[in-house]
Design a protein around this ligand. Structure first.
Ligand SMILES: N[C@@H](CCC(=O)N[C@@H](CS)C(=O)NCC(=O)O)C(=O)O
Length: 208
């Protein structure tokens, strides 16, 4: 088993999918989040391949940057990427969609004015999330309704779970999945995975 150390700030953000994949697969890793932006970050930043996190350090020397690259690498290594080339590419496609959804929600996530935040959230929901959900729901039903790709759990399912359980989603998104019952059920299924449940129960309370 390789030694993994995941560098990311103490928020969920772009690091949480990598953490969830590792927990789901039951793979031990060092979840390094003790990065104070003003005190520690300049030094750590200078050691990161592209000056940003998340970064996965493998066996103490190899460094991998870019959240989706890290997540895909972990999913492949630990049986969550799909059963063949086509399934793997489908999982990649869904995960890229979720990355786009995250990008659309960045401004709302960090907005301190709560009224403004709700306005931004509602706009992203209406313009971006709902049209996407309509399509995902159709694909999910066509695939049998259980999982997004093939007949088993992949990192695509975990990515949607991560997105629809962020703090802002939990706080403002009560109705978001109303028209996507199959995806809602899938997200519950992922949340009921014992390894994910165990992690979520002990996860540090973070924003973002
Ligand atoms: N495309 C990159 C974006 C990485 C990124 O924007 N990282 C931010 C935190 S979410 C960061 O390191 N910010 C500090 C900095 O750039 O100095 C990914 O998905 O990993």
């Amino acid at each position: 088993m390789p030694g993994y150390k995941l560098y990311y700030f103490d928020v969920r953000g772009r690091g949480e999918l990598c953490r969830l994949i590792l927990h789901c697969a039951g793979v031990p890793f060092e979840d390094f989040r003790d990065i104070d932006y003003f005190k520690d970050w300049p030094t750590i930043k200078s050691k990161m391949p592209f000056g940003q996190v998340p970064v996965l350090e493998v066996d103490g020397d190899k460094m991998l940057a870019q959240s989706m690259t890290i997540a895909r690498y972990l999913a492949r290594r630990h049986g969550l990427a799909g059963q063949n080339d086509w399934e793997q590419s489908q999982a990649d496609m869904y995960c890229d969609c979720v990355y786009d959804l995250h990008n659309a929600m960045v401004d709302a996530t960090w907005k301190e004015d709560l009224v403004k935040q709700k306005e931004l959230f509602d706009k992203v929901n209406q313009d971006t999330i709902q049209p996407h959900l309509e399509k995902v729901e159709q694909h999910l039903v066509k695939n049998g309704g259980g999982h997004l790709v093939g007949q088993g759990l992949t990192w695509a399912d975990i990515a949607y779970y991560a997105y629809f359980t962020t703090p802002i989603m939990t706080r403002l998104g009560g109705e978001v999945l109303t028209k996507a019952p199959h995806l809602k059920k899938l997200i519950e299924t992922v949340g009921n995975n014992p390894n994910i449940q165990k992690y979520v129960e002990t996860r540090p309370v973070t924003s973002g």
